[in-house]
Design a protein around this ligand. Structure first.
Ligand SMILES: Nc1ncnc2c1ncn2[C@@H]1O[C@H](COP(=O)(O)OP(=O)(O)OP(=O)(O)O)[C@@H](O)[C@H]1O
Ligand SMILES: [Mg+2]
Length: 272
């Protein structure tokens, strides 16, 4: 069965002031996709993600979330369908304890009290949090995890993550990404703004490249990340392994990860 389109941008432009900050965006994202949005600073990635969930409304054009036009729907109504992790977790946190924080968005979305209690308990257990801890006494990485936990408790169809791994150490980053990968495997559509090309390569199946408010290209991750000309136009660098393999020449074509590099070296040695 063909997959349903869960998010669509139709000729979307948006301006904070007089000039357009994003221009003529056309995007179709299907159910279960894992899409990375890449681009240099100021390219329009956060603006794009806020347009996805109705926090910003298009100046012209339309954004459809599971068929609902964000111009006509309340943000709270969209929040059930589309969860949003801010670039800075501290913009999201507003309660005195971890338990209250998780319950907050569930209450806002009209979930019944009994169900809220159950979901809060389960989420705390799953993430290994302590219910009574004050969020602002937690580390930045833990606050980021708390924000993700709040979104997961809502169980939305689509997740938008604006740089979910910024400020995390390697272990926290991998934990975060593996949890997101699991969610995607179980059917959640993931749209992730990310500066780290290695993470994009390891986790995203599709990539949207933004530059100066426009979409330069979109396509399969490996095809995009081996297109050096496109990446330099977007003022981006290739992942290190891919860049090294480009320098090494055709013997190392299509090698993108350390494991693939090791396998190719062994293969080439075997031929000698
Ligand atoms: N609240 C705002 N008011 C006015 N201009 C803004 C506002 N937020 C962003 N902009 C401008 O809109 C453009 C796109 O910004 P945006 O934050 O979407 O970029 P970004 O790709 O997320 O950048 P970064 O990688 O630094 O997070 C930039 O020129 C930025 O200066
Ligand atoms: Mg941003």
């Amino acid at each position: 069965m063909p997959k349903e389109t869960v998010l669509e941008f139709q000729n979307v432009s948006f301006s904070y002031n007089e000039t357009a900050n994003v221009k003529d965006l056309n995007v179709k994202i299907k159910e279960g996709d894992f899409v990375a949005v890449i681009g240099s600073n100021g390219a329009g990635k956060s603006t794009f993600s806020k347009l996805c969930n109705g926090l910003l409304k298009p100046t012209s054009g339309d954004v459809l979330v599971t068929g609902l036009n964000t111009k006509k729907e309340k943000v709270s109504n969209l929040a059930e369908r589309i969860g949003f992790l801010f670039q800075n977790p501290d913009r999201q946190i507003c309660c005195q304890t971890v338990a209250e924080e998780i319950a907050f968005s569930l209450k806002n979305n009209g979930i019944p009290e009994d169900e809220i209690k159950l979901r809060v308990e389960n989420t705390i257990k799953e993430f290994g949090f302590k219910a009574d801890v004050e969020p602002f006494n937690m580390s930045r990485g833990q606050r980021q995890r708390l924000c993700l936990a709040c979104l997961i408790a809502l169980n939305p169809k689509i997740l938008i993550l604006d740089e979910p791994t910024t400020g995390l150490d390697y272990k926290e980053c991998m934990e975060m990404m593996n949890r997101i990968k699991e969610l995607n495997k179980s059917g959640t559509t993931v749209i992730m703004v990310c500066h780290d090309m290695e993470i994009v390569l390891d986790f995203a199946r599709q990539v949207i490249v933004m530059n100066r408010g426009e979409i330069l290209a979109s396509g399969r991750t490996r095809e995009i990340l081996c297109d050096n000309e496109l990446l330099s136009k977007a003022r981006l660098l290739q992942p290190q392994i891919a860049a090294t393999c480009t320098l090494l020449g055709s013997d190392y074509k299509d090698v993108f990860t350390v494991d693939e590099m090791i396998a190719r070296i062994k293969e080439l040695k075997g031929k000698k």
